[in-house]
Unconditional design. Structure first.
Length: 140
């Protein structure tokens, strides 16, 4: 059993981050735009916009992807290398990052629970972790 390769975790996270940072704006700014605007209007707020908001989300996407690829590397010895292990890591990252946050926001009555958003985020998570895991290799 090899050791986790931090350089490859970082590289895989950058690749996965690129994927998530391409898909997230398509999901949130195109497919879910009206749903988000209605939820914010119900709170008497508008969606924040601008360079600093975008920068935070881009950084968030890269940090999330690095953590998800690290999770892939961590579970790889138990489940073996490959796509199914990457999907397992993506499911865990999605569950803790998107699903539970969606439940919390719904429970606090801040946002409605959106099955469409959860499914889209799951698909994006799987694609990002598959891309990141594809470049990961164990340390020698």
């Amino acid at each position: 059993m090899g050791k986790i390769n931090p350089a490859r975790v970082f590289l895989g996270g950058i690749v996965g981050g690129i994927v998530i940072n391409i898909l997230a704006p398509l999901m949130h700014d195109v497919l879910l735009k009206n749903e988000h605007a209605a939820a914010m209007a119900a709170l008497n707020k508008t969606m924040p916009a601008g360079g600093s908001t975008i920068a935070v989300w881009v950084i968030y996407g890269f940090v999330w992807a690095i953590a998800a690829v690290w999770l892939y590397a961590a579970i790889r010895p138990r489940f073996g290398p490959g796509a199914m292990t990457a999907v397992r890591a993506a499911l865990a990252a999605w569950f803790f990052g998107s699903f539970l946050m969606g439940i919390a926001m719904w429970n606090l009555t801040l946002m409605p629970l959106s099955p469409l958003e959860l499914v889209l985020e799951l698909i994006a998570s799987i694609l990002a972790v598959l891309a990141g895991a594809a470049v990961y290799k164990e340390a020698a």
